[in-house]
Design a protein around this ligand. Structure first.
Ligand code: FNR
Length: 383
């Protein structure tokens, strides 16, 4: 096996191993993919200040996120359908995260259920909620997350309606894949993946199954999403959901300072500056570019996290030095999962950690708390 040295290696392996419709589902953005591209490109606009002759012994990347101790300022972002990238993918990712010492966030749209993930892990994980029209169902989902011992509730706000991803439509994305001549041809070349899938216990859509008639046919997931998600979501409803949860609540999908201020008013403990990895509003600002104005608006009153486009430890360093308390990664861990299962998620975390640790040292910083704007060279027109 070739040496895996960066996240791009895992992406290549993921692409080779997993049927095209699932690789494309993970790897693409909405419409022209402008925001998707700029999420990664904009990180490169920021440069790091190299410093020398600073004692670099006794370094640590450890910190806290919403009160939890973590090995580095990173959380695994919620990603739907990960059980199709690797059998029982959500369980594998949660186990890799807990062993590494970073939070794992289980998506509402997971293949494995909340209970399954809880049964196969030791540390509490975070649960991500999509808000649906059926308030009773949302209440039950929250109860299940509580009963499973989840420590933090993440409410995603930027997907009340689905941004169109051309590749998913063209590939006829469904889980499990519908058998057409094209998918059969593709599956025939991905036999390793196929054998693994056949060997798993089926836990299709463990969190949403049984909710409504028809969801047991996962092929209808896209229309189900559009039918079930609540287009009437407003800050009053968000507050009502927040009040059902005793622990920390994180609001994910904030890209505007005004929305960040509103998040304060509903009692959120943290926000994630995010454009959903460039999968929703194409043409929106990259998250890293949106971050400074949001920090200016609310940074002293709430934990501000960020995601979208993070592919390296250097990216993590830049986000933290700009002022983010936490940095979430989505595709970086999903590539690892698709490439090598649990070992691949661990590999992704190891790569990110090593890059972060080494880059901190070369910037003359030994602690996450020492990372500030002095470490950065930010172009004047960046914000
Ligand atoms: C996501 N994301 C996401 N977010 C969420 O709140 N619930 C979900 O179910 C999903 N599903 C999902 C599927 C796939 C394939 C991707 C790539 C992303 C968004 C995710 O949590 C995160 O915001 C982005 O992935 C961050 O961007 P990067 O790190 O992937 O560039």
């Amino acid at each position: 096996m070739p040496a895996v040295t960066d996240i791009k290696d895992l992406r290549r392996m993921h692409r080779r191993r997993v049927p095209r419709m699932f690789y494309d589902y993970a790897d693409s953005g909405s419409w022209t993919e402008q925001t998707y591209r700029e999420n990664t490109e904009d990180f490169r606009e920021i440069r790091l200040r190299q410093r020398v002759a600073v004692d670099m012994r006794d370094r640590s990347t450890a910190t806290t996120l919403v009160g939890e101790e973590v090995a580095m300022p990173v959380a695994l972002a919620p990603v739907g359908l990960t059980g199709m990238q690797s059998a029982d993918g959500e369980i594998k990712a949660a186990r890799a995260a807990e062993r590494f010492g970073v939070p794992f966030t289980l998506s509402t749209m997971s293949i494995c259920s909340i209970e399954d993930v809880a049964a196969h892990t030791e540390r509490p994980f975070w649960f991500q909620l999509y808000t649906m029209k059926d308030e009773d169902y949302v209440r039950r989902l929250i109860q299940r997350a509580k009963a499973a011992g989840c420590s933090t509730l993440v409410i995603t706000l930027d997907l009340q309606i689905l941004g169109q991803r051309h590749k998913d439509l063209k590939n006829g994305l469904s889980a499990p894949p519908k058998l057409t001549p094209a998918t059969l041809l593709n599956l025939a070349t991905k036999w390793g993946w196929g054998i693994e899938m056949l060997s798993t216990r089926r836990r299709q859509f463990g969190n949403i199954i049984g909710h409504v008639e028809g969801v047991s046919d996962p092929a209808s997931l896209m229309s189900w999403t559009n039918e079930q998600f609540d287009p009437a979501l407003d800050w009053g409803k968000i507050k009502a959901i927040r009040d059902q949860w005793d622990g920390p609540v994180i609001l994910k999908g904030i890209l505007d300072p005004e929305d960040a201020k509103a998040a304060l008013n509903v009692g959120a403990d943290a926000i994630v500056v995010s454009n959903h990895g460039g999968r929703q509003l194409d043409g929106a600002l990259s998250s890293i570019r949106a971050l400074p104005a949001i920090l200016d608006a609310v940074g002293d009153r709430i934990e501000v996290h960020v995601d979208s486009g993070v592919r390296s430890g250097q990216d993590i360093l830049k986000a933290v030095a700009l002022g983010a308390k936490g940095v979430w990664v989505g595709r970086a861990w999903v590539y690892g999962l698709g490439a090598m299962g649990q070992a691949g998620v661990t590999k992704a975390l190891e790569i990110l950690h090593k890059e972060l640790d080494t880059s901190m040292a070369l910037c003359g910083r030994r602690r996450v708390e020492e990372l500030d704007r002095d470490v950065l060279l930010v172009p004047r027109d960046f914000e």
